[in-house]
Design a protein around this ligand. Structure first.
Ligand SMILES: O=C(O)CCC(=O)C(=O)O
Ligand SMILES: [Fe+2]
Length: 798
């Protein structure tokens, strides 16, 4: 519960950061309340080290402030008082009740309390609903969890829709206006169009978010959570627990449609589908696009030779697909944190390229139905259409569709043959082979945009930057994130690695600064000093990060923690966390090597060589054994020290996370273990390496977890510090049930990653089968009962 508070604080920080991001340039205009403008200026001041005058210097901001003053005496909210504006806004903003494209997602979201998708019940923001849902999940209040998350999703969809609608409508509207001056000198007409669009967007958003708790800015981390469909992951478990099985299955289906490679959700779906209550034919994708049902209806009609219906459905599907691409592209036009202060032109270029990269992904992102990809989804429409039109005797339409198809796939032999056939028909005229304009424009845009991005990739290369500015290894980066590119400079980086762009650089600099401060003048960014340096308190320092001021500062400047940290809400259950960076590559290699050479088969399990899985070899070595080996001169003292040092780091992280004083926490057992696949045996996909269990009690059957012998019932906390990742399988999993049917989260081991959790039945866990290679970990168990201290540790005190 304490962590819930931490979460809320984090969120507050994020939101805070999020808001002043917008204090820069044009987005600042969005904020029509002058009081807020002032706040933003001050915020910008702390973080971006902008002078206060920046806000005043902002020409439009200043204008606004002046306007505000004029009317201030009469009304605190000057712009709201302007009736004209209100009128304009009514014209330009997405009027709640005249949605041109009602999102099917909203319509089919399980929560559809009313039939009005534009007005979800909303007395909380997106983030607040999400938090209520996750907290309800953690306190096992399944009904509240389900409704809160449904509301979170509705509120999120509203946010998305309002932003997209405003951007699209305002863009169109601005292009329709006659210019203030009818000669386009120095691209002033383009500038005018931007001004008009901006004005319109401000009014539109202001109206769309009027009186709502959710504003037009949502913290980037919250946005990411929703784009990754995090809410559905919780939602499915809450549906399941509140016995709404069909909806649980649909929520999982929604996740898979979005990310077909999500194996955990596939397993969950299989499980749900095996339940008699769940009907596979009624699975719904709650986030499906409008063209999907149209396309399916169109192709069904086509194959049953009902060409009228095929044509009308496929034309509509085509229209909706292009519409979806436009909406996807508009969604890309969000804020961008430059992370530094570039000149005007590089600044807009930077933001432009960021958006462009996002936009060019829309085509393939949408070329799929419920997770099934089709490379030629858009051209396929024209293929079905040409034949259907032909069958209906509409030769001109057939020829147009055929010519359009060829623009996408110019070498398609079948289509070339079709065209030859059409050409031979007496009614044929050459003018009929006109490709359709919507497709011509689409392809031309695609070609030009690809050329721009290729230009960026080829030309923005700055080979002069010194190697010393580049981190030497992956030691300081986050999980799954590429290190900043070699041979790069800030601008290039903005244009290269995915969308992370410049954040890499500012984050890297911030990390460098922090490390510098912590470590004095030692410049190599290495989280841990040499293995033998056991007195270093750097690890303790970093582990106390959650509360540390330094980290707050780091968060403000880079908005990414130094190393990844996952807590309860990320892991789908209580009293658990994951932290990275507890050991460096060298330390991991040394310990793995030691374990592989000295591990004893079946150690710790009375010599049972395959205690967990008959498909794998299990080897282990305890701390006490290692101490004895030093005594007999079999291994180096430094190896023992490393073993000890890593175990202490594990203990520190458990003590810090669970807020226990280090002296009240005792090691009860320390075991360095490796699990190896046996070639030819370990391929069985579903077998577990370690079946689902709790660490301090045992399930005699289902249900009660008994705290008695043979369970190690005195164990209070567990930690696994992983040492390698050069194997397949072997994920650590938290499960909601003892059969491992409902996996809450899955953690891929790698060097320095630690998973920590309380040892009771609230943390059922297991290990997926190791399919290739050897997986080594330092397993640590702790107790608060000093009489249960690990005896072998005494051997190390010499
Ligand atoms: O190795 C792991 O990841 C977990 C092992 C485990 O749960 C145990 O030994 O109790
Ligand atoms: Fe365990």
């Amino acid at each position: 519960e304490e962590h819930a508070v931490d979460d809320a604080q984090d969120a507050a920080v994020e939101e805070h950061v999020g808001s002043h991001q917008d204090a820069t340039a044009v987005d600042a205009l969005d904020d029509v309340d002058p009081a807020n403008d002032a706040d933003n200026a001050v915020d910008a001041n702390d973080v971006d080290s902008l002078g206060e005058e920046d806000a005043d210097d902002n020409p439009i901001g200043a204008q606004q402030a002046a306007d505000a003053q004029d009317q201030d005496a009469a009304d605190d909210n000057p712009q709201a008082a302007a009736a004209e504006d209100a009128q304009d806004a009514a014209d330009t903003s997405p009027a709640p009740d005249t949605a041109t494209t009602p999102s099917p997602a909203a319509l089919s979201t399980p929560a559809s309390v009313s039939s009005e998708p534009r007005e979800p019940a909303s007395n909380r923001s997106v983030a607040a609903w999400f938090r209520v849902g996750v907290e309800a999940y953690l306190s096992e209040d399944w009904k509240t969890c389900a409704t809160a998350l449904e509301n979170a999703i509705l509120e999120w969809q509203y946010f998305l829709r309002a932003n997209i609608d405003c951007r699209l409508k305002c863009g169109q509207e601005a292009r329709r206006q006659p210019p203030l001056f009818d000669k386009d000198i120095e691209h002033l007409q383009h500038a005018e169009e931007l001004l008009r669009t901006t004005l319109c967007i401000m009014k539109c958003k202001r109206r769309a978010f009027h009186g709502r708790v959710t504003t037009d800015t949502i913290a980037a981390s919250d946005q990411k959570a929703f784009r990754d469909l995090k809410a559905y992951e919780y939602l499915q478990l809450c549906y399941y627990q509140s016995l709404q099985f069909q909806k649980a299955a649909s929520a999982v289906f929604t996740i898979i449609s979005h990310d077909p490679s999500n194996d955990i959700m596939r397993q969950n779906l299989q499980y749900y589908l095996s339940m008699p209550e769940v009907d596979a034919n009624k699975l719904e994708n709650y986030e499906s696009e409008p063209y999907v049902p149209l396309y399916l209806a169109g192709t069904d009609a086509y194959f049953s030779e009902n060409y009228e219906s095929a044509v009308s459905n496929l034309e509509e599907s085509l229209h909706e697909f292009l519409n979806a691409v436009d909406r996807c592209r508009a969604d890309c036009e969000g804020p961008f944190d430059q992370g530094w202060l570039p000149d005007f032109t590089p600044s807009i270029t930077n933001h432009y390229v960021y958006c462009l990269k996002c936009k060019t992904k829309c085509h393939s992102k949408l070329s799929q139905m419920n997770g099934e990809r089709y490379d030629d989804f858009l051209p396929l429409h024209y293929n079905y259409l040409q034949f259907s039109y032909f069958k209906l005797g509409r030769l001109k339409d057939a020829c147009e569709a055929a010519a359009t198809y060829l623009m996408f796939l110019p070498a398609d032999e079948m289509m070339l043959e079709n065209i030859a056939y059409y050409k031979a028909l007496p009614k044929f005229k050459t003018s009929m082979l006109q490709p359709r304009t919507e497709a011509v424009d689409y392809i031309h845009r695609q070609t030009y945009e690809d050329a721009l991005l290729k230009f960026v990739a080829d030309e923005f290369i700055f080979p002069d930057l010194e190697e010393k500015d580049i981190p030497p290894s992956n030691e300081i980066r986050e999980i799954g994130k590429k290190p900043p590119r070699k041979q790069t400079d800030p601008l290039h980086s903005a244009f290269s690695e995915q969308n992370i762009s410049l954040e890499n650089i500012s984050e890297y600099k911030a990390q460098q600064n922090l490390l510098q401060e912590v470590k004095g003048n030692n410049t190599k960014p290495n989280i841990y000093p040499a293995a033998s340096d056991m007195t270093s308190n750097l690890d303790e320092y970093l582990l106390s990060q959650v509360k540390s001021q330094e980290l707050e500062r780091l968060k403000k400047s880079s908005r990414r923690p130094l190393f990844n940290f996952q807590r309860e809400s990320d892991l789908g259950g209580k009293k658990r966390f994951v932290v990275d960076g507890l050991a460096n590559e060298l330390e991991c290699k040394q310990l793995v090597q030691f374990a592989k050479v000295n591990g004893v088969r079946g150690d710790g399990y009375d010599g049972n060589k395959t205690p967990h899985s008959p498909l794998e070899i299990f080897e282990g070595i305890t701390l006490g054994q290692a101490a004895l080996m030093v005594n007999f001169g079999l291994i180096e003292l430094s190896t023992l020290k490393l073993f000890l040092s890593l175990s202490e780091r594990g203990k520190n992280s458990i003590a810090t996370y669970f807020n226990i004083s280090n002296s009240d926490l005792h090691f009860s057992f320390t075991h360095l273990v490796c699990r190896s696949s046996v070639p030819g045996k370990s391929v069985n996909g579903s077998a577990l390496s370690h079946k689902i269990h709790a660490d301090n009690c045992w399930f005699p059957k289902e249900g009660r977890c008994v705290k008695t012998y043979p369970a190690y019932y005195w164990r209070d906390y567990s930690a696994l510090l992983y040492l390698n990742d050069d194997f397949d399988g072997g994920e650590f999993i938290f499960s909601a049930d003892p059969l491992g049917k409902l996996i809450q989260s899955s953690i891929k081991p790698n060097c320095g990653r630690l998973v920590g959790f309380s040892a009771g039945h609230e943390n059922l866990h297991g290990v997926q089968g190791v399919k290739r290679g050897t997986r080594c970990a330092l397993a640590l168990w702790f107790t608060q009962d000093s009489t249960r201290s690990e005896w072998g540790r005494i051997l190390t005190n010499r």
